[in-house]
Design a protein. Structure first.
Length: 68
C-alpha cells in the first residue's frame, strides 16, 4: 500500500484499504477540512467513495481519458 499511502493524510496512511472508501474526503493528501466542507456543500461529497462515484468527477475523468 505504499503507493496509496503517499496519497493520504498521515492519520490514514496505515489504515486498511478496505476502510479508505468510507474515510472522509479530507483523508486525501492536499484536501483540507475547508475543501471538504466545500465539496459537501457543492456536491454532497463526504467520503472518498462519494468523490470517486460523483457523476461530475467521473464525466470529467472520462472526457480527459477520451481526449488523450
Amino acid at each position: 500500500m505504499t503507493d496509496i499511502a503517499d496519497k493520504l493524510d498521515k492519520a490514514y496512511e496505515g489504515k486498511p484499504l478496505s476502510e479508505l472508501p468510507d474515510a472522509p474526503v479530507a483523508a486525501l493528501q492536499g484536501v483540507s477540512e475547508s475543501d471538504a466542507e466545500q465539496l459537501e456543500k457543492a456536491f454532497g461529497i463526504r467520503t472518498i467513495r462519494d468523490l470517486g462515484n460523483n457523476k461530475y468527477f467521473r464525466w470529467a475523468q472520462a472526457i480527459n481519458q477520451l481526449a488523450e
